[in-house]
Design a binder for this molecule. Sequence first.
Ligand SMILES: Cc1cc2nc3c(=O)[nH]c(=O)nc-3n(C[C@H](O)[C@H](O)[C@H](O)COP(=O)(O)O)c2cc1C
Length: 214
Amino acid sequence: MSKLLSLLTLAVIASAAFAQKPKDISLSAPNKTGGKSIMQTLSDRHSDREFDSKELTLQDISDLLWAANGVNRPDGKRTAPSAMNKQDVDIYVLTKDGAYRYDASAHVLKGITTGDHRALISSSRSSQTSSTPPVGLVLVSDLSKFGPNASDKAFQMGALDAGIVSQNINLFCSGKGFATVPRMSMDVDGLKKTLGLSDSQVPMLNNPVGYPKK
Ligand SMILES: Cc1cc2nc3c(=O)[nH]c(=O)nc-3n(C[C@H](O)[C@H](O)[C@H](O)COP(=O)(O)O)c2cc1C
């Protein structure tokens, strides 16, 4: 009887765990037209910490992620350069519905867990953000891409690579009229747990993204 109960409990836990994983979302091809000129984009770039409640469309998210770190050449290289082309930076996407990982080669959002986890990037200093962004992007460097033994040099390369991805996001937002701010402050332990990160995967920066508050 107790064996049967344990089995039933396990089945309930397993089905709950399964139910917590959102479906993958296939993104349509990025729209590479439009936006401001590069000089106007640089001229307008600034940090915004307040967001309108208007949701981004899936096309906006497709364009944003491709601009941030998408594949832009047949050989699989990216819109963001990376040290030794290790492509160590993964973008995790937090929305009101769940958390996803951007699979750049497939241009797909891979479901990780359901629920609204955007508060994990709204702690401490970043609580200056007075409105919740529709989308939170967390830039995670996998330091194991630089070799088995994590070193200061590997951390430096991972942090620099994440900084470049963040700047792609900053410029995309400036050029297309979205609001964002690069932030180091976030609940790193909470993110590691929620996103199921390994010890070598380090959340380096985050960029909340939304429409500017009217
Ligand atoms: C590496 C880095 C970390 C940052 N971390 C935070 C942060 O945790 N919270 C925040 O509100 N802004 C953060 N910022 C944004 C800066 O405060 C902002 O870029 C700076 O005040 C200049 O303003 P501007 O971006 O409008 O030019 C960070 C910027 C960088 C480059």
